[in-house]
Design a protein around this ligand. Sequence first.
Ligand code: PBG
Length: 341
Amino acid sequence: MAFPITRLRRLRRTEELRNLVRETRLTPDSFVYPMFVCPGEGVRKEIRSMPGVFNFSVDEAVKEAREVHSLGVPSVILFGLPDKKDEVATGAWAENGIVQQAARAMKREVPGLILMGDVCLCEYMSHGHCGVVKAAPQSLGAAVVTPPIATTEYEIVNDATLELLATTSVSLTRAGIDIIAPSDMMDGRVAAIRKALDESGFLNTPILSYAAKFASGFYGPFREAADSAPQFGDRRSYQMDGANLREAMREIEADIEEGADMIMVKPAMPYLDVIAAARARFDLPLGAYQVSGEYAMIEAAARNGWIERDRVMLESLVSIRRAGASIILTYYAKDAARLLG
Ligand code: PBG
């Protein structure tokens, strides 16, 4: 027997009913706001490909952090634009590095805000890769090749990179970063970072691992924001192939075994299936990063009058939540919090 036509539509008749039966709720307390900190004073420079997102000097970053917190967003993740780049990413682990400065100031001025530190080397390396670059394979261990072109001419050296990541993590924690978030995709980084944190007495500092981070075209605008595009080659020898779901599960499993406290999938919208699979399989808090390209696409279409910005913003965030992420890193954190508040 056929159901009456209204069977499923009864509960959709009014906003009150729809609200009552809504399965997924967005709240600002699951948002993390990414911020880019640069040298100088009074700097608030809009990123061309990410309208509404800025490079902030430390003083301006503190003001922004205060606003983020007052909107009910509990956390920011910090990225740095150093004044100098080199081949050992000094700016990432220097005691007075730009993120270290920002972390100290934010901890002092906005103490309730959870500070996440993105741990990666690409922003601090002259070549823009996430790890140490050496000539490969015959001359491994030799001087850095500048500038190698073919992928066969160089290698991103895993274990030398781990040492720098571990040093960076300790330095950031010392400066006041609360959660260490490695995004480099080297093998064994979580174990190396955990060990270094423990040995430095930071037993209570959690690690949020970018466990399944895909080599994605959606990072384009970020590389402008953080000035971190690789000068040669690409990131496919360390970030994951977008076609691989089972490998993503192995990556996450490895990070959990190494001591990750929370895991993350990145990007979000093109990888909702990965988020859902991770949710079903692992019981750690699960994050997802709605990346720069996802943000830029919505902004560009909205600016052309092709979509309704706020509606699409919230729909994209609900989809990430529905897929199973409990923590959402998004450039929309402030705007969405305003709409939801
Ligand atoms: C650093 C890093 C990147 C992003 C976060 N951390 C860039 C990359 O891997 O190239 C991208 C974030 C975004 O696109 O919003 N490795």
